[in-house]
Ligand binder design. Structure first.
Ligand SMILES: [Zn+2]
Length: 173
């Protein structure tokens, strides 16, 4: 009777009624990620079909936005793309995520940290020297933990996640 239909948008709220994320087609989305986009991905883009989207585009298990490569496939109309966790590529664009659907969104208040705690991951990354290249090496220490793969081989830009700032400002210097 009440069969589960993944193609129905379902909102998940905290006890106060605030939307933490929504689900659609077995993926979690940031509350303000436009639903019409979640229903209309170009091939090989988005959390299920692109590993970069599924990594840097996700915050606390909820899809926040596209990776840089996929964002280009939408000609920037869906934002500049995320180059790191919670870090949108800086580029003049009135359609950037933090100018539009993520404006004034506090990332620390969305998603489900019970599934994946992105802030904790960033904290862990912060313990490394900025600019240092690193890879996750220990294995099987916490088999319950989500597998984490780091391959930061980008330019120093990505390191400005350390001064993480969600007000959309260009303060990376
Ligand atoms: Zn992507």
């Amino acid at each position: 009777m009440d069969q589960y239909n993944p193609f129905v948008v379902r909102y998940h709220r905290n006890h106060g009624g605030k939307v933490l994320f929504y689900t659609y087609n077995n993926e979690l989305y940031a509350p303000t990620f436009p639903e019409e986009w979640a229903k209309d991905f170009k091939p090989e883009t988005g959390p299920a079909n692109c590993s970069d989207c599924g990594t840097f585009g996700v915050w606390n298990a909820a899809f926040l936005g596209y990776c840089v490569k996929c964002a280009e496939k939408y000609n920037g109309e869906r934002g500049n793309g995320f180059s790191f966790y919670g870090k949108e590529k800086e580029e003049e664009n009135k359609n950037s995520a933090f100018n539009t659907y993520l404006k004034d969104v506090d990332l620390y208040e969305i998603g489900d940290t019970g599934i994946f705690d992105t802030a904790a991951l960033i904290d862990e990354i912060q313990t490394y020297e900025p600019g240092h290249q690193f890879c996750q090496q220990e294995e099987d220490e916490d088999e319950e933990e989500e597998k984490v793969e780091w391959s930061i081989d980008r330019d120093a830009d990505s390191i400005c996640i350390f001064g993480i700032n969600f007000d959309g400002g260009d303060d990376s210097n």
